[in-house]
Design a protein around this ligand. Structure first.
Ligand code: SD4
Length: 299
């Protein structure tokens, strides 16, 4: 038995994504392939209102998706504010592999996805539309902690962040989300921003973030976690340090907000830490065994 991890993902719904990613990794041995296929699971899940299809819309009723994928050779692709496509992670991968760019947004990302042959899909489901119409009655925007695990709640938001380390130490990461429910039109969170929602560095580790993206973006959180690991911290200590930094910086402004970091280093050691209790993550080992664990938290 080994304690090293292969694929780790945010939240309890990460377990299903890990299973798909693991099966793909067994087939091709390619972490980027594995994470792309893993990310498809929550992206296509009609019961997950925080990622992809059936995600909650922005306050004007548009489902807009953000995603990023990254390896440890400096290859990265991202899309933001992408509408009408079920698998933004795959569009992000095409940005990485087929363009000289790292990030496409909005209409341009949409045009690129069409050109690449992705099929358009209506993302707003009747259930998500109903929740949005309900929200419109008060139109109060208030991000709530851990709504990711409250399936079907109108306050549901969040993201799958996945980081992986192969037994030879190679690293990769992916992150995909519909962002905060009922956000302002045009809002982009931390998730598709390299360094904020995801960061990967060869020989060091990879980190991803979840929760209120603005709080992560302010400190370029995932790059900070990887930087701490580069300086010798364990993944756990590095995630904790970033959360403490946000707490100190933001004080009362983040009293009810959730932010969580999840990291893996190049030895396959895993750590996670959150502002609030309730952040869970799924860990899959190289033999395919998966555990859902609760992260430590500040409060
Ligand atoms: C964001 N962090 O857009 C992402 C996803 C989310 O994690 O809704 N929470 O802010």
């Amino acid at each position: 038995a080994t304690s090293r991890a292969l694929i780790v993902s945010t939240w309890d719904f990460g377990a299903a994504a890990n299973a798909a990613a693991y099966a793909q990794w067994k087939k091709t041995g390619n972490l980027v392939d594995a994470l792309e296929v893993g990310a498809w699971v929550p992206e296509a899940d009609p019961e997950n209102h925080s990622v992809g299809y059936s995600g909650y819309p922005d306050r004007d009723g548009h489902v807009t998706l953000d995603a990023i994928i990254m390896d440890d050779r400096g290859n990265v692709g991202a899309v933001a504010a992408l509408e009408d496509f079920m698998h933004p992670i795959s569009v992000a991968r095409r940005v990485m592999e087929k363009t000289p760019h790292t990030f496409l947004v909005g209409e341009g990302a949409h045009q690129f996805a069409v050109e690449q042959g992705f099929q358009k899909t209506k993302l707003l489901t009747p259930e998500a539309e109903k929740a949005w119409r309900e929200w419109l009655k008060t139109a109060k925007y208030q991000p709530i902690a851990n709504s990711e695990n409250l399936r079907g709640s109108a306050l549901d938001h969040d993201t799958i962040g996945m980081v992986a380390c192969a037994p030879d130490g190679r690293l990769a990461g992916a992150c995909t989300t519909s962002g905060m429910a009922f956000k302002l039109r045009g809002r982009v969170g931390d998730s598709p921003q390299a360094g904020s929602g995801l960061y990967v560095e060869a020989g060091v580790g990879a980190a991803t973030a979840t929760g209120v993206g603005e709080e992560v973006t302010r400190i370029v959180g995932s790059a900070r976690v990887v930087g701490s690991m580069r300086s010798g911290m364990s993944p756990q200590a590095a995630c904790r340090e970033a959360v403490l930094h946000i707490a100190k910086l933001r004080g009362d402004a983040i009293r009810d907000a959730q932010v969580g970091f999840l990291a893996i280093n190049s030895r396959g050691e895993v750590g996670a830490f959150a502002l609030q209790p309730g952040f869970t993550f799924a860990v899959t080992d190289p033999q395919g065994g998966t555990q859902v664990r609760a992260a430590e938290s500040l409060k």
